[in-house]
Design a protein around this ligand. Structure first.
Ligand SMILES: NC(=O)c1ccc[n+]([C@@H]2O[C@H](COP(=O)([O-])OP(=O)(O)OC[C@H]3O[C@@H](n4cnc5c(N)ncnc54)[C@H](O)[C@@H]3O)[C@@H](O)[C@H]2O)c1
Length: 257
């Protein structure tokens, strides 16, 4: 994808991996709408990075908020890059049966699906409708979408059933989205990160961090948010990457617990 004149939406743009992506794309000269329900966090980033970045507050599952993000990105260039990073866990999600045998809270399961899978699909479908109107490049390319799954979507651990299902849904969308959107020249890939050293992860107790790092093969450390952003850039730039999920994990395989 040609970066000059392009703009991007990065959902979850105020968070650990999202902010690194906003920073990286803006550094490449792309105009970026940092879209997050944490408007203050997104605004702090926009203030720091200057007029290439606009903060948009809102929820990825709310159509009007997504449209506002699309318009903000369009004001900075031709919207041709969408990076869906917003997601995470929801309070109350846990084991299918908890320790006293009670079944999983259904609201927490649905909420996890909404925050991750429904939000990712919602932003993709609305942004694709806009990007379909772009002038195609020599390959017929009009845009690219990069979604964020997790190793949990491939190797979900005990107590992660809702998150694992939601991330598996995101990874499962890559190929059918790529097939659907081929008609309008939009590529779709996803990244499945392992254990990333976001500010929140780095502030965890040393004992927990040591345990998490112990099963990473090499390099023997958490992934850096900039390494996530670098993979986003590779996917955006390389027109032959499509319909694929990429692990970013230092050869980590999640153990059962
Ligand atoms: N950090 C890791 O080790 C890791 C590993 C695998 C996958 N991931 C995934 O990467 C993504 C980013 O993770 P992170 O560690 O940067 O998390 P984070 O909590 O720092 O960032 C997530 C951001 O998304 C925003 N957000 C959440 N729900 C939203 C919604 N409905 N609408 C708009 N914004 C919303 C939050 O406000 C937050 O700023 C998540 O999808 C996460 O599941 C992270």
């Amino acid at each position: 994808m040609e970066l000059a004149g392009s703009s991007a939406i990065v959902t979850g743009g105020a968070g650990g991996l999202g902010a690194a992506t906003v920073r990286h794309l803006a550094g490449l000269g792309v105009g970026v709408a940092a879209f997050d329900r944490d408007l203050q966090g997104a605004q702090r980033l926009a203030d720091e990075l200057g007029d290439r970045v606009v903060a948009v507050g809102g929820d990825v599952t709310a159509d009007a908020d997504v449209q506002a993000a699309i318009e903000a990105a369009q004001s900075l260039g031709t919207l041709s890059i969408v990076v869906n990073v917003a997601g995470g866990g929801v309070r109350g999600a846990g084991r299918t049966l908890d320790r006293d045998g009670s079944p999983h809270d259904m609201e927490a399961f649905v909420g996890t699906m909404a925050m991750n899978a429904f939000g990712t699909f919602n932003v993709t479908r609305l942004a694709a409708a806009t990007m379909a109107g772009n002038e195609p490049d020599d390959d017929g390319q009009r845009g690219v979408v990069v979604n964020t799954g997790s190793l949990a979507g491939l190797e979900g651990q005990t107590g992660q059933v809702a998150y694992a299902a939601a991330k598996a849904a995101i990874l499962g969308m890559s190929l059918p989205l790529a097939r659907d959107l081929a008609a309008v020249g939009i590529r779709v890939c996803a990244i499945a990160p392992g254990t990333m050293g976001t500010p929140m992860m780095l502030s965890a107790p040393d004992e927990l961090k040591d345990r998490l790092v112990s099963s990473i093969v090499f390099p023997k450390r958490m992934g850096r948010p900039e390494e996530f952003a670098l993979l986003v850039e590779s996917i955006v730039r390389n027109p032959y990457l499509n319909g694929e999920n990429f692990r970013l994990d230092g050869a980590l395989r999640f153990p059962p617990k």
